[in-house]
Design a protein around this ligand. Structure first.
Ligand SMILES: [Zn+2]
Length: 75
């Protein structure tokens, strides 16, 4: 029982330290928030294999997204 609590604490600590490090590395350039928001891209799903991929990498054919040309042809 206690080892699970101990493991939970270790994992929580790891995530906490990771977030702290990220927060620190982001601090010097605080005015890049709009740019960062632009980088969050819409994810679309391939109609053939159901894999998720960024919209910019997807093939849009007839209003349907595909992950590759091969899957466009196999529709
Ligand atoms: Zn696919």
């Amino acid at each position: 029982m206690w080892k699970y609590i101990f493991f939970g604490l270790i994992i929580w600590l790891g995530i906490y330290v990771f977030k702290q490090k990220r927060a620190q590395s982001n601090t010097p350039k605080t005015n890049d928030t709009p740019e960062a928001a632009d980088k969050v891209e819409d994810m679309v799903q391939c109609a053939t294999c159901a894999v998720h991929l960024p919209r910019s990498e997807a093939f849009l054919v007839g209003g349907t997204f595909y992950c590759s040309k091969a899957h466009v042809q196999s529709k």
